[in-house]
Write a protein that binds this ligand. Structure first.
Ligand SMILES: [Zn+2]
Length: 225
């Protein structure tokens, strides 16, 4: 069976986490979120984690080589033999080149880049409507899609619901601006490489999932020919 070595691209609120979870169920692909991976390495005190922490403590960005080394180590794990789903890296063309080179060193290459597009207005609607319980942050509501029975009150324990700072419209718009500035060149880059597959994230999780599955099935068939 051919490998599925994938990158997931999309703005905050595009539902990348949901799609990653489903692809893990469908194909057994581990979801490699570089942010989570970095935190895990740092807290485990591994050699790479110690190296990364030195930069973070100095208030500097962790250099690309360190992240790449972590990714290489991770994709060599037994659970990533049939493929992986990379999320949060690369963020620019230099990193994309470095990743391609590192994968080539492992005699692997990317199968596709899955770009989930959602309009800024939809992202703002999805994220700014979120409300979380002050007592248990796992109790999450949405003013439009999943409202509590009584406004501002948690159904499960009667605690107050709040909007997190991250979910405020100004914060979301600032994050989107950064996202577009960083990602637009990357989308072009993978488009030119013939790896880009676009999905309309405005269609809802089930339909996006069905389309991604269909695309991956086709890619696998083409590779096996
Ligand atoms: Zn609650």
């Amino acid at each position: 069976m051919s490998e599925l070595n994938l990158i997931l691209l999309g703005p905050p609120g595009a539902g990348k986490g949901t799609q990653a979870e489903r692809l893990r169920e469908d194909f057994g692909l581990p979801h490699i979120s570089t942010g989570d991976m970095l935190r895990a390495q740092v807290s485990s005190g591994s050699e790479l984690g110690v190296k990364a922490k030195r930069y973070m403590d100095a208030g500097e960005l962790v250099p690309d080589e360190v992240i790449i080394d972590m990714i290489v180590q991770r994709v060599c794990g037994a659970d990533a033999r049939d493929g992986f789903l990379l999320d949060g890296f690369p963020r620019n063309e230099t990193q994309a080149d470095a990743l391609a080179k590192a994968l080539a060193g492992l005699e692997r290459r990317l199968t596709a880049v899955l770009a989930i597009g959602v309009s800024d207005e939809e992202v703002v609607r999805r994220l700014s409507g979120r409300r979380v319980c002050v007592k248990n942050p796992g109790h999450i509501y949405h003013v439009d899609f999943d409202p509590p029975k009584h406004e501002g009150v948690c159904d499960q324990d009667g605690s107050r619901l709040i909007q997190r700072d991250d979910d405020r419209e100004e914060t979301i718009r600032r994050r989107l601006e950064v996202y577009h500035r960083q990602t637009a060149p990357l989308i072009d880059y993978y488009d030119r490489a013939g790896l880009l597959r676009r999905f309309d994230g405005g269609r809802g999780a089930d339909e996006v999932h069905a389309r991604i599955r269909a695309t991956l099935a086709t890619l696998r068939l083409e590779e096996e020919l």
